[in-house]
Design a binder for this molecule. Structure first.
Ligand code: ATP
Length: 294
């Protein structure tokens, strides 16, 4: 977006650009073969560099390949073309160097909250005592001190996602991958979770790649917003967010916030030329003629 940043924001971006690149995506492409044997191209030629401690959000219309993209970074899908480098090493499969938080709660329901967080640490060979104390540190970080012995079924949706974040971060991943993590939460809990995440991001050495449908969320959280398009699937633009940190919910009413959101909205849904007829869903009339509401 060709908007001059305020000097403090420009200085912040200057500092970010000094940091080493953690994740490099080069000319990434993905196609699937449909059950009918037809090749379906999801996206092509995606390039992206993420620097250490950057917070990147990805938005785009449904079906543009956001989840496929993050699953490829996680090593759960292979690339059809191009490559992904993490600290210069090609990603060839899943690894503990990438933490994942999905929309669907992925906690082990039979384990306590603390045991869920300890799981990866024990897998990595940590002793019971060290994994236990580490898990307590992470649970305190996400505001769940006192809930160590609860089970996931005893927690609200927001609390479950905080356990998932603690579990992912406890393994000290190089990058945290979040696919619509707050998508299933009500609006108020979602807003609280955004602030929790920003607080955690501030205090932890974390680099974050976060997918969302929600443009307010995308702008509020990110340093840069990657806007994807479909047909063909690609990155349309990477938009710098001209807001300082720490973020505050009141920033959502500022001109910079609203202009950034409007710009992204226009990239995803370009305004139609004047005179274009609006497409309407076909509706079958089920009321009595004359019984009008407007
Ligand atoms: N395993 C698969 N086999 C075939 N097609 C797939 C597969 N996974 C995804 N696709 C197709 O790839 C396209 C992109 O899907 P994806 O879920 O990545 O999009 P998205 O942008 O995350 O969508 P949404 O915002 O609705 O979650 C879709 O057309 C989908 O049908």
């Amino acid at each position: 977006m060709s908007v001059a940043h305020p000097p403090e924001v420009a200085a912040r971006f200057g500092r970010i650009r000094q940091r080493p690149v953690v994740l490099e995506v080069e000319q990434l492409g993905k196609s699937f073969v449909s059950p009918g044997g037809e090749t379906v191209r999801v996206f092509d030629g995606v390039d992206l560099s993420i620097r250490r401690r950057e917070f990147i959000t990805v938005v785009g219309p449904s079906g543009c390949g956001k989840s496929t993209f993050i699953r490829m970074v996680a090593g759960l899908e292979t690339a059809t073309s191009g490559r992904i480098l993490l600290d210069g090493e090609a990603v060839v499969g899943p690894g503990a160097d990438r933490g994942m938080v999905f929309q669907a709660y992925t906690l082990f329901p039979w384990l306590s909250v603390k045991r869920n967080v300890m799981f990866g640490l024990l897998q990595a060979g940590r002793s019971e005592a060290s994994a236990s104390s580490e898990a307590c540190v992470w649970l305190e970080m996400v505001g769940l001190k006192g809930f160590e012995n609860h089970h996931p079924a005893q927690l609200s949706g927001g609390m479950k996602q905080r356990v998932a974040i603690a579990r992912a971060l406890a393994n000290k991943p190089r990058i945290l991958l979040m696919d619509e993590p707050f998508g299933a939460l009500d609006a108020q809990t979602r807003a609280e979770m955004q602030d929790y995440l920003l607080q955690i991001y501030r205090n932890v050495d974390a680099t974050i790649l976060f997918i969302t449908h929600d443009l307010d969320e995308a702008v509020y959280l990110a340093d840069r917003v990657v806007v994807m398009g479909r047909k063909p699937g690609r990155v349309i633009e990477t938009v710098d967010v001209p807001l300082l940190r720490p973020r505050d919910p009141q920033m959502a009413f500022t001109d910079d916030f609203l202009a950034t959101k409007r710009h992204i909205e226009h990239l995803i849904h370009p305004p139609e030329p004047a005179g274009t007829e609006k497409r309407k869903a076909p509706i079958t009339r089920m009321t009595v003629v004359g019984d009008e509401v407007y």
